[in-house]
Design a protein around this ligand. Structure first.
Ligand code: ADP
Ligand code: MG
Length: 242
């Protein structure tokens, strides 16, 4: 059974149909990169998967549970899939450790001691165990994004949705974040990542989804899409990114 099943999903903003019937099954442990031009619907798709946007038609289910409209279902869904954004959105007035601890404590009712233990382990995992007591503004952008990853992991998600998580970073800080993502991929975390990092997509991802005008225009293993793009749109896109 796929971990995330997306079936003929349509999404409109007013008259603008942004997702025009997207179908995609994500298997447990799969790492998928979503690529495509700005405006092709990549962010909207991720936002629909974790319920930040409602869908107009079709179905999305995560770990067998259908994305319903009720608050309770949405809440349960968000416990299953974590999302990381371009902007890290850490709480500036909280220490790094507290940033990572807060959601499990408030949303899941985890005890402070247990939240601290999990936070420390996840900060270690992203290479920031020593920054537990630091504040976000004392960290580089790459470090802040790694805290955001640790924060997402602390909810024990079954999958992580990542929307251009390295796009706001100075070039020299991109790799430290991608290294963390490589480690998660290796551990078997299911990842659905909108990214412009073509080398990462090529080396780490099982499959690549090329979105164009609200549709899955091409899909397949990276070597196939990069090596033998079938449509002029993908050929042009690859040309632009090289
Ligand atoms: P991408 O992430 O591929 O750049 P988006 O999913 O952000 O694309 O946007 C796809 C289209 O949906 C764009 O035309 C954008 O203007 C529109 N859109 C996205 N979010 C909203 C919104 N909240 N309200 C109205 N239009 C939106
Ligand atoms: Mg986007």
């Amino acid at each position: 059974m796929p971990l995330i099943a997306i079936d003929n999903v349509k999404k409109r903003f007013g008259d603008n149909e942004v997702l025009k019937g997207i179908s995609l099954d994500v298997e447990p442990g799969e790492v998928i990169a979503i690529i495509g031009k700005s405006g092709s619907g990549k962010s909207t798709l991720l936002r629909c998967i974790n319920g930040l946007e409602s869908i107009d038609e079709g179905n999305i289910s995560v770990a067998g549970a259908k994305l319903g409209a009720s608050e309770l279902e949405l809440r349960n869904l968000r416990l299953k899939v974590g999302m990381i954004f371009q902007q890290f959105n850490l709480f500036p007035h909280l220490s790094v450790g507290r940033n990572v601890m807060i959601a499990p404590m408030i949303v899941k009712g985890v005890s402070e001691a247990e939240a601290m233990k999990t936070a420390k382990a996840n900060l270690e995992k992203v290479g920031l165990g020593h920054k537990f007591d630091a504040y976000p503004d004392q960290l580089s952008g790459g470090q802040q994004q790694r805290v955001a990853i640790a924060r997402a992991l602390s909810m024990s998600p079954q999958a992580l949705l990542c929307d251009e998580i390295t796009s706001a970073l100075d070039p020299e800080l991109v790799n430290e974040v991608l290294t963390v993502m490589r480690g998660l991929a290796k551990e078997g975390m299911t990842l659905l990542m909108v990214t412009h990092e073509m080398r990462f997509a090529r080396e780490v991802c099982n499959r690549l989804v090329f979105m164009h005008q609200g549709k899955v225009h091409e899909i397949g293993p990276p070597e196939e899409l990069f090596g033998n793009p079938k449509t002029p749109e993908l050929q042009q896109f690859i040309g632009m990114t090289q």
